[in-house]
Ligand binder design. Structure first.
Ligand code: FES
Length: 101
């Protein structure tokens, strides 16, 4: 079931926020106006991805530079090799809704 996490204007372009949804830490990123939701934990050594940076369609971990595809969660640059889980996110009116599936 989809859960409202924030207003669409609460996360400016190029920024991320972290939310607790259904007991999980979920990062929401605004990459050039497109929103992505994914597990807020790097699969390398568990740093919060929401404290990293967005570059194009990737999130870069602030700890050791691992990069993940925002759409698929795939690890596209080491040291991480395992993907992060991604979640469905939608915009309804002014609200951002995350669905853990
Ligand atoms: S914890 Fe993310 S790259 Fe090491």
């Amino acid at each position: 079931m989809a859960e409202r996490v924030a207003g669409r204007d609460d996360i400016p372009v190029g920024e991320m926020r972290s939310f607790e949804v259904g007991g999980r830490e979920v990062a929401v990123a605004n990459a050039d106006g497109t929103f992505y939701a994914f597990e807020d934990e790097c699969t390398h050594q568990f740093c919060r991805l929401s404290e990293g940076d967005i570059e194009g369609d990737r999130v870069i971990c602030a700890c050791h530079g691992s990069e993940f595809d925002l759409e698929t969660g795939d690890a596209v640059n080491p040291p991480a090799t395992e993907p992060v889980e991604t979640y469905s996110i939608s915009v309804e009116g002014d609200d951002l809704l995350v669905d853990l599936g």
